[in-house]
Design a protein around this ligand. Structure first.
Ligand code: ME8
Length: 664
């Protein structure tokens, strides 16, 4: 991969889905990385798009009396306009119905056919129409799809198969040799566990036209089309042939291929880490640098679904709270990689405290003071160029290097909320500095110290703006302007050192533009949301008397009473036996003695092996309704903590306690 270019992708979303916060999440994450890399002076290609072939689009179009193409043409704007509203800086938007994409897919499938990587076979399997996926007899659960739980149909037909199975060992080796190839590491372990415990099959990549015509026709057999996964995954490559900033570079070898990161949700990890990578191996194309599978958003603790009516519209959130507050919340609230729960209340809490109080107030107080005490001028203290004062030293020698230094790997491992933590250290340090130094007192009798303090805060705000820009681009340009500067992006890029000259970087303490700096007040960055007013409004809407129990509500929606807690029966159990559930890298079946023997199926297989568990004392919820996981009954649940990398740690009593002991 060329050092000076950066290629990032999102999944191409099903065109007939209504875009929601899940789609926005992946796309904003890609936008953050694209903007960060542009600020580093790299040439960036940021690709998103829509997946338009397949049965679901064909069926929906028919129901509406349209051709599939007309249907896709109408729906694609839902995504394009949302990305505009959310300030997404994608360089290209690919549609799998683009003529050039279709041609590339046909060229590639022909190549694989010519090289003996594809075979025609009689096939029978269990087909899940909503997921457009075949399952084997072993995989289905009581006649239902193991993924979505809906009924599957048995289908027998001739089809073309990509001979994926022969790449199984090579794939395992590649993942083992490249520890960061799949991130977070828990997902990598899941894929490795799956590949090591299961025999990889070959991949059915076609449908007979008689059953599905809305796909890409095979160049060597007009009775068949290829669609969804084979067609869709190839978008990442085909875009580098016709949508890149400089297509001529695509022709000269591989300037744009492979991608640095494929960002996806955890739902499509197998298709990317197994199907896609083995396809690339068969094509002898270089492999991408990383596949990052992030976690899943629920809403107020529930899965988002049209039937529950809880699908969150990102455009509505951005309108209500501001684009940047919404973007910030998504990456501040949850470690990228883990699952998260969305609620407006949590967003408002962060908006009011971290954005309006910590950052917004800091800027507004600072700008007011510079106006009042220094006639809007920033005066650079003479000594500061050679020797940093203690405040500057802390930021320049500790916080910023940790934030920017690629050695810390925060950016390359997509640790967004760790990065935000560092940035907030700068903001808090600046707020403390003002509180300690009391510039309003210095203004009376110590002009030179006042200059220094205000210069310190100016710099802290300036460094905050450049560092925070990828997350909140408009807000940071606004801060930059209020600080008396012209253009954050242009001035940052201009200040990047070239090999021959040493131009001071904007990340340095003594950076200043070559024009007079005039600090000027703008609109407040983040107007506070009045939670009392909002609660009253909500209560009114619910028809209940307003204002009565606002206080308890403020304290947290998640509070439960002691009676609620008493409903949960917790006991100490001893693990008598543990075995992996066949076909799953995550699930372990435990026999646990809690005074009686019960079977528990726990999703801990990526953090523990069965051997680690035998003989262990654990805490078990014993009055949970039994549930089936991959067809195996679980009579309870064990308790475990998750760290920021998603690694689990099972809770165990501090002293030796008999099995069956009640926890209260
Ligand atoms: O799977 N939480 O498209 P898709 C977090 N066309 N992310 C979510 C989410 C949620 N609740 N819901 C959706 C497809 N996503 C294929 C992809 S790629 C070659 C083909 C995000 O419209 C997440 O990125 O179902 C997930 O992987 C993607 O949307 C699935 O989008």
């Amino acid at each position: 991969m060329a050092e000076d270019r950066f290629y990032i992708t999102t999944p191409i979303y099903y065109v007939n889905d209504v875009p929601h916060i899940g789609h926005a999440y992946t796309t904003i994450a890609a936008d953050i990385l694209a903007r960060y890399n542009r600020l580093q002076g790299k040439t960036v290609f940021f690709l998103t798009g829509t997946d338009e072939h397949g049965q679901k689009v064909e069926k929906a179009a028919k129901e509406k009396g349209r051709t599939p193409q007309e249907h896709a043409d109408m729906l694609v704007d839902n995504f394009k306009s949302l990305w505009q509203k959310l300030n997404i800086s994608n360089d290209a938007f690919i549609r799998t119905t683009d003529t050039e994409h279709v041609k590339t897919v046909q060229g590639i499938i022909q190549l694989l056919w010519d090289n003996g990587e594809i075979e025609k076979r009689q096939y029978s399997g269990w087909y899940c129409t909503p997921d457009e996926r075949f399952w084997t007899e072993k995989e289905i659960i009581e006649g239902n799809c193991p993924d979505c739980g809906r009924p599957v149909d048995e289908i027998e037909e001739e089809n073309y198969f990509f001979l994926m199975s022969k790449y199984q060992l090579r794939l395992i080796r590649h993942i083992e040799d490249n520890p960061d190839f799949i991130l977070p590491h828990t997902r990598r372990n899941e894929v490795l566990g799956f590949l090591k415990n299961n025999e990889l099959g070959d991949l059915c990549i076609t449908r007979p036209k008689s059953r599905l015509s809305w796909g890409i026709q095979l160049p060597f057999d007009e009775e068949f089309v290829t669609y969804v996964w084979f067609d869709a995954l190839l978008n990442y490559f085909s875009a580098t042939r016709y949508l890149v900033p400089h297509p001529e570079q695509a022709k000269e070898g591989d300037f744009w291929w492979p991608a640095d990161h494929h960002l996806i949700g955890k739902d499509i990890l197998t298709t990317h880490s197994v199907y896609w990578i083995t396809m690339l191996m068969a094509l002898k194309f270089p492999l991408p640098g990383n596949i990052f599978a992030h976690g899943w958003w629920t809403v107020d603790g529930k899965k988002m679904s049209k039937s529950l009516g809880n699908v969150v519209d990102p455009a509505e959130m951005a309108e209500k709270f501001g684009i940047d507050a919404f973007r910030y919340f998504l990456f501040r609230e949850v470690t990228f990689g883990l699952d998260g729960d969305f609620s407006e209340r949590a967003l408002i809490r962060r908006l009011n405290t971290e954005l309006a109080n910590d950052l917004g107030n800091l800027l507004s107080r600072f700008v007011t003071m510079v106006g009042k005490y220094q006639d809007h001028q920033i005066k650079i203290p003479s000594g500061d160029r050679t020797e940093l004062n203690p405040f500057a030293r802390e930021i320049m020698c500790e916080t910023l290097p940790a934030l920017n230094d690629i050695q810390t790997e925060h950016w390359s491992k997509l640790r967004f909320n760790t990065i935000l933590d560092y940035i907030w250290n700068i903001i808090r340090a600046a707020n403390n500095h003002i509180a300690q130094k009391e510039p309003w007192k210095l203004a009376k009798d110590n002009q030179s110290e006042l200059n220094r303090v205000l210069f310190n805060v100016w710099n802290a705000l300036r460094l905050t703006a450049v560092s925070l820009y990828p997350f909140m681009p408009d807000t940071c340009e606004n801060i930059w302007k209020q600080l008396g500067l012209h253009s954050l992006v242009e001035e940052t890029i201009q200040s990047i050192p070239t090999t021959s000259e040493q131009i001071p970087s904007v990340y340095e303490w003594d950076w200043k533009p070559d024009y007079a700096i005039k600090v000027s007040k703008g609109d407040p960055l983040f107007p506070r949301v009045d939670t009392n007013k909002r609660d009253k409004k909500e209560k009114k809407a619910e028809g209940s008397p307003a204002g009565k129990d606002n206080k308890t509500k403020e304290a947290g929606d998640n509070l439960i009473t002691i009676h609620d807690f008493a409903k949960v029966q917790l006991k100490v159990g001893r693990v008598i036996d543990a075995q992996r559930v066949e076909g799953s890298s995550k699930l372990i079946r435990l026999q646990v003695d809690t005074g009686e023997i019960r079977q528990i199926v726990a999703g801990i297989g990526t953090s523990y092996s069965p051997d680690d568990l035998r003989g262990k004392s654990i805490i078990v919820v014993t009055n949970l309704k039994p549930a089936k996981l991959m067809g195996v009954e679980s009579q309870g649940m064990l308790l475990a903590a998750t760290d920021s990398e998603g690694v689990l740690s099972i809770l165990t009593p501090e002293k030796d306690v008999r099995q069956g002991a009640v926890i209260r």
